[in-house]
Design a protein around this ligand. Structure first.
Ligand code: CU
Length: 148
């Protein structure tokens, strides 16, 4: 009986660790209003994504700020437009908006920021777009995220 209880405890302790896999991804951005990748691939066995956005430029966040926002491609355009009306303090994103799957804060030149999110929010083979929601950037600063 004690052995059995110990075995159950062992399973509870180790099972989540065995299946959890955090995948690290990095993307760069610059003073020329560009991301350095047009596509981000996330392997299907990743349970979490730890994405780091680096701004390799020199311009301040007020002039050339960048963030990384993930949404369904079907939601991308309407979300980006709504973001343009939001204040910089909210990272140019509507507050608590269900269309936002994940996002980083805004960074300026020389800064970087990281966001971690669960892939449970993603469907394998789904159509996802990442973009920068700084006003005027989203039409150029965008790409595809592929999961699976
Ligand atoms: Cu930007």
């Amino acid at each position: 009986m004690i052995l059995r209880a110990a075995l159950v405890l062992l399973l509870v302790a180790f099972a989540p660790a065995a299946f959890a896999k955090t995948c690290k991804v990095a993307i760069g951005s610059n003073d020329a209003m560009q991301f350095d990748a047009a596509e981000i691939k996330i392997a299907g066995d990743c349970t979490k994504v730890e994405l780091t956005l680096k701004h390799t430029g020199k311009m301040p966040v007020t002039a050339m700020g960048h963030n990384w926002v993930l949404a369904k491609t079907a939601d991308f355009r309407s979300l980006a437009i709504a973001g343009q009306r939001a204040p910089a303090a909210d990272d140019y994103l509507p507050k608590d908006d269900a269309r936002i799957i994940a996002h980083t804060r805004l960074v300026g030149g020389g800064e970087s920021t990281t966001v971690t999110f669960a892939t449970a929010k993603l469907q394998k083979g789904g159509d996802y777009t990442f973009f920068c929601s700084f006003p005027g950037h989203w039409n150029v600063m965008k790409g595809k995220l592929v999961f699976g």
